[in-house]
Design a protein around this ligand. Structure first.
Ligand code: LM2
Ligand code: CA
Length: 514
């Protein structure tokens, strides 16, 4: 089966068709009623970069000194262009209650309960954060920050920075008047989100009991923007906006309009966490005007292809022929794509490090496919869903040591080989798709490179059209830069006969011709 593929271009055209007046109309339409500001002039957040070193390593909950070291010794040299880090603002630090409710005293999710915008966190202090950002930038790695702006805490009274607080009363930063709980904007009986299809509830009620900020007011917008501008001033290049679906388009746009340019003189990257399933303006597609969206539907599709979702039976990667916009996903240039993140590796939606070689293969596929801006997730191993990352008894996260609690998926040689291949093929569109109808696929990216992947547990030999010129090419996976591994011989018709290892990838670049 051979199918020419040019789909990466389609989304670009679709997005280009949006006009400035269309953007304004969209924003006015979603503004929330009470004390709402006038819609600001919209300067749309940028799309994904086209080609170049765009891969982001998501070193989730790595402490700042470890991220800095990794930027210099691994990420920069291996071709990663960015690193995403966990929420750096001050957060709840749970205290022993003595009632047995806290067998895991410092679960990973403490960092998603903001107490203050000072940068004293489980990952380090403000000086360490600043130094990490400078070090990464010097290594050619841009830093993207997980920004918690929808809410403050749902529990506790003490923070990592030593701030004493009560819910809805955060030591001078915010008081009751800054929360939807007291403004009357949340229509649910409990004050929590009861109906995830109800726009007012999703925007204004509390997500799992977290104090919901009045992001529709200029006071809150300005304080949030001041926090993000401080980070931009330190050299941060953009944000993963936590719970963006619960902030809503109008408030996101108003905050974004207040943001300064990055140190590189560009507009900040703005990646919005909007999970699928909601109707109308609650759908991920309704947020692509405001920023890039997280590829959470793609996560399920990838799991389904490699392992079957939700049954965990054997998958069929031949189904990836339709991965991307052709299968209903958000436009490539407006999507941050990944195989898993910290939520989906725990909730069954995604593959995880526990899937071993299958997870590596899926990561290689994502780096090869050309859909979205690829992000490689790398965090810590866990046994229960609430487990803390490796930390001191006090909750401070200890230095990341590969193999001792930390997966270091981003260092895997099979993964870094595909980062290099991804950078080598640039923006060339997918072509020469081939599959065996089950679990072997192959495709080229224009005439810049060709890849084959085998999701079986035994090796498979294929004879396929590569789209490459006659020659002998070095597999970047087994051979690295030295061409010491598999050599792919392409004949005068562009055809090659290649043995693809079990759960393995063969990837050649036109530039890796011998
Ligand atoms: C996100 N994106 O929209 C994060 O990716 C996700 O990890 C966050 O939830 C969530 N939104 C809020 O930022 C996590 C975790 C929750 C945890 C919250 C807050 O998945 O379980 O909730 O962080 O730390 C915890 C308790 C929950 C409790 C809540 C408030 O698990 O039972 O609700 O704190 O006290 C009563
Ligand atoms: Ca909200």
């Amino acid at each position: 089966m051979t199918h020419p593929r040019t789909s990466p271009l389609r989304g670009r055209r679709r997005f280009a068709a949006l006009t400035v007046s269309g953007l304004l109309a969209a924003c006015v339409g979603v503004s929330t009623p009470v004390a709402a500001e006038a819609a600001p002039a919209v300067r749309a957040a940028p799309s994904n970069p086209v080609g170049g070193r765009d891969v982001i390593a998501n070193l989730w909950e790595w402490n700042w000194p470890s991220v800095a070291r990794e930027c210099t010794t691994q990420l920069g040299p291996k071709g990663y262009g960015g690193v995403q880090v966990a929420p750096p603002q001050d957060s709840v630090k749970r205290q022993r209650l003595g009632d047995g409710s806290d067998t895991i005293l410092h679960p990973w999710w403490e960092v998603y309960q903001a107490v203050d915008y000072a940068l004293t966190s489980r990952m380090g202090n403000e000086a360490q954060f600043r130094s990490m950002v400078s070090t990464c930038r010097r290594a050619g790695v841009k830093v993207y920050v997980d920004a918690v702006v929808n809410h403050m805490t749902g529990q506790g009274d003490t923070s990592y920075g030593g701030v004493k607080y009560a819910r809805y009363d955060y030591a001078g930063l915010y008081g009751q008047g800054n929360f939807h709980k007291y403004s009357g904007d949340c229509p649910s009986a409990s004050g929590g989100i009861e109906d995830f299809n109800n726009l007012q509830q999703v925007f204004n009620c509390e997500l799992v009991g977290l104090a919901d900020l009045r992001t529709d007011t200029s006071v809150v917008r300005s304080r949030v923007a001041a926090y993000l501008n401080k980070l931009l001033g330190y050299g941060v290049s953009g944000f993963r906006v936590d719970a963006a679906k619960h902030v809503g388009q109008a408030d996101l746009d108003a905050i974004y309009a207040r943001l300064h340019d990055t140190k590189d003189g560009t507009r900040p990257y703005w990646a919005l966490e909007v999970f699928g399933g909601g109707p109308g303006r609650l759908a991920p597609d309704a947020f692509v005007r405001s920023g890039v969206v997280l590829g959470l539907d793609g996560v399920k599709q990838l799991k389904s292809a490699f392992k079957s979702y939700p049954t965990d039976a054997a998958g069929s990667i031949a189904t990836l022929r339709d991965f991307g916009e052709d299968s209903g996903l958000t436009p490539s240039r407006r999507t941050l794509s990944f195989v898993q993140n910290h939520d989906t590796e725990r909730n069954g939606d995604a593959l995880s490090y526990k899937d071993g070689a299958t997870n590596r293969l899926a990561t290689q596929y994502l780096l090869a496919a050309g859909y979205g801006r690829p992000q490689v997730y790398s965090a810590f191993s866990f046994t229960t869903a609430d487990d803390s990352p490796p930390a001191t008894p006090d909750g401070m996260i200890t230095d990341a040591a590969c193999g001792s609690g930390w997966t270091c998926a981003h260092r895997d040689r099979g993964v870094t080989a595909l980062v290099r291949w991804h950078n080598g093929v640039g923006a060339a569109p997918q072509a020469h798709w081939w599959d065996d109808g089950a679990n072997v696929i192959a495709f080229s990216r224009g005439d810049r490179g060709w890849v084959a992947m085998n999701n079986n547990t035994v090796a498979r030999t294929v004879r396929v059209q590569t789209g490459l010129a006659r020659g002998r090419y070095c597999d970047v996976v087994t051979g690295g830069r030295s061409c010491s591994g598999t050599v792919v011989a392409v004949n005068g018709s562009g055809v090659a006969r290649v043995t693809v290892p079990a759960k393995g990838t063969v990837a050649v670049l036109a530039a890796s011709r011998r």
